[in-house]
Design a binder for this molecule. Structure first.
Ligand code: ADP
Ligand code: ZN
Ligand code: ZN
Length: 672
């Protein structure tokens, strides 16, 4: 028992064996510990995943392991199993999975300085009273939801908690967390990247003043992230509130998992290990035999399907009414086909904003396109501000007088004349949030206007400042992208106007309508309180479109069922399972050629029930000077697909061309 089997952060699907010096005692208790090992000409830190007596290589050929990092408890077997599952399921090397799941500090074998100060990991919440606030009396549906879910404590069960914004889902989570803590267990709550607001943190901290709460999100400094992880590893926290990476935090006494806004795209990582934190959380709940609650106003269609199919994977728990406001907002389509719009806005929307200003209420204009205008163009010769590295136009950013590509970040000055024909009369075409801001400022000169998008709120600190400004009523008109749609409580907001939404109706990605519905529903849900009814106006040229009709009727189920029917006919998820092989190269042809070889390999021994599409260029076929193509693999059976992928990926790795370009496999892809 003196050979360490070590996972290293390398793009290779294998482990590495090291021997230990004769005077060093190692045992199975070292499994899950970090170790320094020689690698190539340098050293690396890896994780011991096994301690064995024999290696396939001759022992004398093995290199000698360095120091084992014993200052911390080892990563538990359960954590190793979780990362092994991800490695298998997503076809990603184990060492890389572990490196992602572990904070960089610990990965380098360093301890965060302040680990002994346990309080340092707690949320501040200074104004929190030492006596918990009086709890609201649960509505019957809420009480039922809590009882149903709590009846499953101590074993695995997955619930879809489905209720519109304000229906009291968070209150249900809090009650379940309270019961979990009362049993001496820990709760893990996952939230979308942007929704981790002071509001939610504050609410949790105020409800559990005595609990040890750690918040974990990408805005954290490395040391803070490592401190949170160590506290979790030592069983020193009660509630972990975090974004997708938090799904990998060790929780020795885990009793409950909550995934709020489970449909949110940010739960899926779009690079490296392309995991879905929601799906991994479900696996983890099963592994740990604890209940998991997936909450949403507009569930992912997959989740809705699993919750509404008899014998399906999830139980459907519904909250059908708002907890505080009597009525949901009125939703209306403004038909813009016969109207001459003023700066992209209809008379109805402008009048509605005017009324809000008079009543000192807030309005929000939703436009999911940042920048001033999507393109600068020359009407004389047809020149457009193309990005030279991407299949996209550079966007006009007038605020800082730049043209900027939203795909690769390339920036240039705004051309004064057409670079092709010299024409001085070139224009910004179309409309983004900055232009809307300018237009509204002209029309409502006395209004306080606040634009909220990734340009104006690009750091957590700025984002918090924006939320505070809105909350304290320092803005009359908000202009925002989907950033504003998520999880915030704006007390004086009574009008939401959506402009430019139609573009998503006919997008190539089959999930685009689902995202549009969810965004509009979410953004609409921001408006209206008991005393101040809300109104949502959607400007559209397709007022009869079933998606908008379902929004007007507040009928998610109708929308979901019609979408599911379309997907059933088209053979898309949730009726099939997919994996996408993507390749990128300097020349599109090379990427396509690799995919053709990959397809040939697959077709040579294709198991029954697996189908392969043709390799095609991606819609955004060029990004950062790399040209990209993709190949879709599909099966009606997840086990069949999972059974096919490992051998295929192994063959792909062996292809000579696979080392000449970049490629990856995306299991359960979300973007097309
Ligand atoms: P959701 O998470 O579904 O958006 P919340 O749990 O945040 O809903 O509830 C919306 C608002 O209603 C919050 O201000 C919350 O404090 C309040 N609330 C929730 N449940 C009740 C209840 N049973 N009685 C009174 N107020 C409630
Ligand atoms: Zn020109
Ligand atoms: Zn670009």
């Amino acid at each position: 028992m003196s050979i360490l089997r070590v996972a290293l952060d390398l793009p290779l699907p294998r482990l590495f064996d090291y021997r230990v010096a004769a005077d060093v005692v190692v045992g199975r208790e070292d499994i899950g510990r970090c170790v320094r090992v020689p690698f190539g000409r340098g050293e690396k830190t890896g994780i011991i995943v096994d301690v064995v007596a024999h290696s396939q290589q001759p022992v004398e050929k093995l290199k000698l392991a360095g120091a084992i990092f014993r200052e911390l408890p080892p990563l538990p077997a359960e954590w190793l199993a979780l990362t092994e599952f991800c490695s298998r399921y997503y076809q990603h090397p184990l060492g890389e999975v572990m490196a992602l799941a572990l904070p960089p500090y610990l990965r380098r074998g360093k301890l965060p300085a302040a680990r002994k100060e346990k309080t340092a990991t707690r949320l501040p919440a200074p104004s929190a009273p030492s006596v918990p606030p009086a709890l609201p009396t649960l509505l019957p549906e809420q009480a039922q939801a809590v009882a149903t879910i709590a009846a499953h404590f101590g074993r695995y069960a997955a619930f879809l908690l489905h209720g519109i914004t304000g229906s009291g889902k968070t209150e249900v989570y809090l009650r379940l967390i309270a019961e979990t803590l009362a049993q001496g267990k820990q709760a893990l709550m996952l939230v979308p990247e942007i929704a981790l607001t002071p509001q939610l943190e504050g609410r949790v901290a105020a409800r559990f003043p005595a609990a040890r709460i750690v918040s974990a999100h990408s805005g954290l400094a490395e040391a803070a992230r490592a401190r949170g992880f160590v506290a979790a590893l030592e069983g020193d926290i009660d509630i972990l509130l975090g974004t997708r990476l938090a799904v990998f935090a060790p929780m020795p006494r885990l009793g409950l998992i909550v995934v709020d806004e489970e449909h949110d795209a940010s739960f899926k990582q779009q690079e490296g290990l392309r995991y879905s934190a929601r799906d991994v959380a479900v696996w983890r709940a099963h592994q740990r035999q604890v209940p998991i609650v997936l909450g949403s106003a507009t569930p992912a269609l997959e989740s809705f399907y699993h919750a509404t199919t008899p014998g399906g994977r999830y139980q459907h728990v519904e909250l059908t009414r708002r907890a505080v406001a009597e009525a949901p907002p009125t939703v209306r389509c403004v038909d813009t086909r016969r109207e001459k719009l003023q700066d992209g806005m209809s008379a109805a929307l402008l009048a509605a904003i005017g009324e809000r200003l008079e009543r000192q209420e807030q309005s929000l204009v939703f436009l999911n396109r940042r920048g001033y205008a999507p393109v600068l163009a020359c009407p004389a010769c047809g020149w457009v501000s193309r990005c030279r590295r991407c299949a996209a136009n550079k966007v006009v950013h007038l605020a800082d007088k730049r043209l900027r590509c939203h795909h690769c970040g390339l920036e240039t000055a705004i051309d004064r004349h057409c670079p092709t024909c010299g024409n001085l009369d070139i224009h910004a075409f179309g409309r983004g949030t900055q232009r809307l801001e300018e237009n509204l400022a002209t029309r409502f000169p006395s209004a306080r206007i606040l634009r909220v998008d990734r340009d104006s709120a690009n750091t957590p600190a700025k984002w918090r400042a924006v939320l505070t400004a809105i909350h304290e009523g320092h803005a009359d008109i908000l202009i925002g992208t989907q950033m504003l749609a998520k999880g915030h409580d704006f007390p004086r907001l009574t009008l939401v106007g959506a402009v430019g939404a139609d573009a998503a109706l006919f997008a190539a990605d089959f999930r685009a309508p689902e995202r549009l519905f969810s965004q509009l529903m979410q953004v609409g849900g921001r408006s209206g309180r008991a005393s101040l009814p809300g109104e949502v106006l959607i400007q559209t040229e397709y007022p009869q479109h079933p998606l908008y009709q379902a929004l007007v009727a507040h009928d998610y189920a109708r929308f979901a069922q019609s979408q599911l029917e379309e997907r059933r006919q088209a053979g898309f998820p949730p009726f099939t399972f997919q994996a996408m092989l993507r390749a990128e190269a300097r020349q599109l042809d090379d990427a396509l050629e690799f995919l053709k070889q990959a397809a040939a390999l697959a077709n040579a021994q294709l198991p029954a029930g697996i189908s392969l599409y043709d390799p095609v260029p991606m819609r955004m076929y060029r990004v950062m000077a790399l040209e990209r193509a993709q190949l879709l693999v599909e099966s009606a059976s997840r086990p069949a697909l999972q059974g096919f992928l490992p051998q295929w990926v192994e063959q792909l790795r062996a292809l000579r061309t696979s080392r000449q370009l970049r490629w990856h496999l995306d299991v359960d892809p979300q973007e097309f």
